[in-house]
Design a protein around this ligand. Structure first.
Ligand code: SIN
Length: 280
């Protein structure tokens, strides 16, 4: 790996900014391995001032995993694995504007996601990230024991998250998108690379615990949603054109802040294939 690469944490809990690497170039194996180690340690890596065409963005993503298509929104014509994450000046609701891990309503949810910023508002439009290892580790032993044995049902049709997709489905919906997807996953996920336990429910997609009604599940889920996004588990990233973020959906959540009404924001997103979540 080049000696010039530096990894600087941006907060106490999650996130590091990496400098000294040009992602538009072919990266050698040592650099990719070092970036992966840093990514597993910090959960989300940020890069600045990257001049990445869609083709180079895809080439970079392929060094970390297998790009897959998003079930709801069409990708770019030449690059179906890249979706535009767009909010127009006249739109009020933003895509991804709720805490979540990506598409946990799929049986095999994505390992990672990457965003590269193309157009950003003059102020606002930041993205927050939260550390789900810390969310789990800071629970009481009694709560951990309870959650370790539970499975949660995740749905694509929950009302709050469905609303965040509405504008894009008007102009960019995939013809083959099913209306609803649902999948059950362990509430506590064992990370397949680090072996650490992470809390794996999220307010966007989790609807109830298996074997319980929605009403019975709600009080515990409400507690977990508030707990898992406590400020001390998070970091917040300010985008500039050419900024890139790559995060680990297995142990981190993210939330796009909707505070730039009247301005346009465009990022390109790639998600990477994952594995079937397993519990403790
Ligand atoms: C997403 O949830 O992938 C979008 C995040 C963002 O726009 O910051």
């Amino acid at each position: 790996m080049s000696d010039a690469i530096r990894v600087q944490p941006v907060a106490g809990a999650i996130g590091a900014e990496v400098s000294g690497v040009d992602l538009s170039k072919d990266l050698d194996d040592a650099t990719v391995a070092a970036l992966r180690r840093a990514w597993l340690e910090h959960l989300v890596l940020f890069f600045r001032d990257q001049d990445l065409s869609p083709a180079r963005f895809l080439a970079f993503a392929r060094r970390f995993g297998e790009p897959i298509e998003y079930p709801f929104v069409k990708g770019l014509d030449e690059f179906p694995e890249i979706i535009p994450v767009l909010k127009l000046e006249n739109e009020k609701i933003n895509f991804g504007g709720i805490w979540h891990s990506d598409t946990t309503y799929l049986d095999v949810p994505p390992m990672a996601s990457m965003l590269v910023a193309r157009e950003v508002p003059p102020a606002g439009g930041d993205t927050e990230f939260a550390n789900m290892y810390l969310a789990y580790e800071t629970l009481s032993s009694g709560m951990k024991r309870l959650l370790d044995g539970l499975v949660a049902v995740n749905s694509s049709a929950a009302a709050d998250v469905s609303r965040t997709r509405e504008d894009r489905l008007k102009d960019s919906a995939r013809a083959d998108a099913k209306k609803d997807y649902a999948a059950s996953h362990p509430v506590v996920r064992v990370h397949p690379e680090t072996g650490r336990r992470a809390l794996y429910v999220n307010v966007a997609h989790t609807v109830r615990f298996e074997g319980m009604t929605g009403e019975e599940s709600a009080p515990i889920l409400k507690y977990l949603y508030a707990h898992q996004t406590r400020p001390e588990f998070t970091c917040r990233f300010r985008w500039r054109p050419g900024s890139l973020a790559m995060w680990d959906n297995r142990c981190a959540q993210h939330n796009a802040i909707n505070d730039y009404q009247g301005h346009r924001r465009l990022l390109h997103r790639i998600t990477l294939a994952g594995d079937k979540p397993t519990g403790p």
